[in-house]
Write a protein that binds this ligand. Sequence first.
Ligand code: C2E
Ligand code: MG
Ligand code: MG
Length: 743
Amino acid sequence: MKVVRGSKRLLASLFCAFLVLTCMVASVLAAPGTSDSETLTIGVPVDRCPVFYLDAETDEITGIGADLMRTAAAKAGYNVAFRVIKEKTLKDALDNKDYDVVMPFGSAVAAASGHPSIVSDNLLQTPFTLVTVGSHETPPLNKLRVGMLHSLGGAAETVRQLYPGIKIALYETMPDCVRALRAGKVDALLHNSYVWYYVLQKPSYSNLTVHPMAMFSMDFRAGTLDTPKGREIIGRLNGGIASLTDTRRQAVILDHTSRRLYRYDFFDYLYQYGVIILLAFLLIASLIVIAVMKYRAQEEKMRKLVDYDSLTGVYSLNGFRKRVEELMRANPDTPYLLSYGNIKNFKYINDRMGKKAGDKLLRFWLKKTQDALSDKEAVCRIGADHMAVLHIAGGEESLRMHNQDVVNHVRSYFTDRGKDYKVQVCGGIYVLTPEDYRQIDVDHMLDYARVTEKRVRETRNDGWEFYNPEQWEKGKRAADVINNLPAAIQSDNLKIWYQPQVDFKTGKVTGAEALCRWAHTTLGYLQPAEFISILEQTGLIYDMDCYVWDKVCQDLCRWNEQGCRQSVSVNLSRCDIREDRDLPKHFHNLIQKYGLTPDQLRIEITETAYVDNPEVLISTTKQLQELGFQVEMDDFGSGYSSLNMLKQVPVDRIKLDMRFLTEEGDPEKGRIILSSVIQMVRLLGMNLIAEGVETLEQARFLQNLGCTEMQGYYFYKPMSVQSFEKLFENESLRVDEPQDGKK
Ligand code: C2E
Ligand code: MG
Ligand code: MG
């Protein structure tokens, strides 16, 4: 029995435990605020800081209204999700099914669709206050014109009911409201105090005054369409709102009003610090103006330094270039001439009279010149004692006047001051051509005048001359030749041509003379006459001759290898022969290098060279002969050689130039001279070759006199190496049977 009773008791207690457990699960499932509680979507405006606004850091909706609602909703078992209402008014938002509730409402209003709404209990009593410009009195409330935000349409309706006769104008934004207030369109603005607290922090609203007395206070409720679901939500929310304590409300208000919520925008800063910004701007602007002015002054100073000569105050070359260009452009019909002047032996003046006196003379000269010029003319000092002037061309008379007024005073500068020294002034004058006006190149024109001045300086002691274009062209060509020779040698543009020498009796080619030709890149094919003398003047001839001799030896070497042994005469310039140059050794090394015998290289030295420098030439000739070379006296009859010289000069062969002996004067007398010279040379025991033979008659005449070796156009003109090599192919070449290359 005891066991049965015990089992009954166990069953009863198990049943009780099951019941308790079931109740607990049910209560947990039914409990509000648990993890699976419903989410309430609440649409709110966010332009009402601090009631509703977006947190600057998290970008989430927050504010007094949001926090209070979140607390009340939580108590009612809801999670809340705030969403920014996009609709223009709260009435419109009521119709949007995306929101479960919308807030804030003062009281229930019909939705825009006309559907009635219901509102929750009041969350917070919000005081509405008036704001005016300054603190002046406002009209009685029933005559007041009030500005409000459009979004507060509901509140506006309440106000109209409370204060019949009040006129309310609605504006889209707060700045619009303030503008209307300032413009006197409304007497005051109406909004809740919390929003004023925020808005009036804007610096430009500092003259707006809140009227301390609250005009009225407004409820702060959530609303939704009057539907069963709406009623259920509102019912539940009211439960949560009822549990909100005043302490909680104060805490939330304090939290959002004590935050430094107001953020300055650009215009706030401008308003706040406008004067400072303006002053700073003015300061910076004046600093910039001062800097620019200083820079300009500096630039002007620099320009003066560059464009003017510090010693004399006239233009420098740089300034002169600009001024001349300017004048020529401004006066295209004025005939100008450009002169380049120079004081001869200025260094001597400086040394003898002192640098100061030299400077004074320069200042005097340039001042005198400048004083004599019109404002359409210009003068410059190019440096040291060189000056240039752009004159208006006024013919002989004007030049004479310039000479008299300026140059003569310069000449007598020292003698006028009791010193025994006459200054010499040299100058070149270039007359500008129409081409110069078309393409203004001051440096180029100055070059013309300068080269003329140089000529005067080198040939005379004093005076002025006009530029002559031929001389200029020659100088330019010379410069071109000089600059291009190394490149010509490098690029094989210097060619060796051969002019065969023949035995008139047998008609056989006995040798050839090597003559150079320059295939110039820009000037075309140049004959020796065009560049030899330039190269002699500049000392470059030796380089060229060494190149020619080497090339000739290369050809001789190749012909030797081909079994067509030849002898070639090479030309030697008088400038090649110098005491410090061992020419015999040079030639010796050359034939060694190419495996030639000395009789293959005949060396032609022009007759006049022997007259110019007999000692060195005679010894060089002797040494060359000792080494086995044949030396020939070229162009015999071209100079003024004394016959006596022939006695001393140990040459092997005389090269008679027909052109010198027959071209001018009485041809009969020429023939007599020629026959006498030939006889004399034969009697002296020297070999003979005639060059410049142009006719059969000349050839026969020479043969009758016993001179059978000849060179001349009658036989062959100088020819390229390829043409010359073709001649080898015909060993039995006859003079009276003209071949390739024959004239
Ligand atoms: P040159 O040594 O008296 O050479 C003879 C010149 O007379 C050559 O002129 C030749 O073409 C020309 N000639 C030959 N036969 C006749 C003829 O029947 N009638 C006429 N009117 N002329 C004839 P090219 O080649 O113009 O040379 C001129 C001068 O230049 C040469 O006179 C020589 O003194 C010099 N020369 C030429 N090549 C060189 C060289 O490589 N080095 C040096 N230092 N001088 C050279
Ligand atoms: Mg020659
Ligand atoms: Mg000659």
